[in-house]
Design a binder for this molecule. Structure first.
Ligand SMILES: Nc1ncnc2c1ncn2[C@@H]1O[C@H](COP(=O)(O)OP(=O)(O)O)[C@@H](O)[C@H]1O
Ligand SMILES: [Mg+2]
Length: 195
């Protein structure tokens, strides 16, 4: 297998993030696995909402934090949108996520997993997207090491206020693991630079 291929993108605002998601949605195929990582509020769900719209999904895509797995079947491809945030890594195998990645009980589609770092075993090949908030948050200046935990506590209290105060810039890193995804990412990069 070839080495992972990585590209770095900068989304100066929400619409750039949405454009990146839209462009990626044009080229994904049935069976594509996308792992999304990044702190709370970094843009994983927002990215998937634009991605889903570009797949032709008319249903509103919500955060699957509580439902764990949401299925959308009205687009060009089925979308299985998963969020592992509330799970311990030891609980993840019981979801049998591998069932979504092969043609069987579920029609093959795009499997998108938020908080993929909770997966105890990664698939053999996949596309990984890392989101990070570009500017330093006020909360990080107090204690950088616990910023995520603090963010998570804030989320429980008042997620909307927290999200509203976030700066707009996002660093978006896309890494392709495996030949199939390396080709997909090269294709994406060519289209994106023409945009
Ligand atoms: N450039 C950007 N990209 C993505 N989201 C952004 C951007 N700028 C501001 N936002 C806001 O940040 C928040 C991201 O929240 P969300 O997508 O739910 O994050 P996550 O799923 O990673 O926890 C949303 O309120 C969104 O409107
Ligand atoms: Mg989310």
């Amino acid at each position: 297998m070839t080495e992972p291929v990585k590209i770095h993108l900068y989304a100066k605002n929400l619409s750039v993030t949405q454009e990146i998601a839209t462009q990626l949605a044009q080229i994904v195929t049935a069976g594509t696995i996308i792992l999304l990582e990044g702190d709370l509020g970094s843009g994983k769900t927002t990215f998937m909402q634009a991605f889903g719209r570009a797949l032709g999904i008319n249903t509103t895509i919500c955060s699957p934090t509580f439902t764990l797995i949401d299925e959308y079947i009205d687009g060009r491809l089925p979308l299985y949108h998963i969020d592992l945030y509330r799970l311990e890594p030891s609980q993840v195998p019981s979801l049998h996520l591998e069932e979504y990645g092969r043609d069987g009980d579920f029609p093959l589609g795009v499997v998108a997993i938020e908080w993929a770092s909770k997966m105890p075993h990664l698939p053999e090949s996949y596309l990984k997207i890392n989101f990070s908030i570009s500017e330093v948050l006020p909360i990080e200046t107090e204690d950088k090491s616990s910023s995520l935990n603090e963010s998570l506590q804030i989320a429980d209290e008042s997620l909307d206020d927290f999200l509203e105060e976030l700066p707009e810039g996002r660093d978006i890193q896309i890494t392709a693991h495996g030949d199939f995804y390396c080709e997909m990412l090269q294709h994406f990069a060519i289209n994106y630079s023409n945009f």
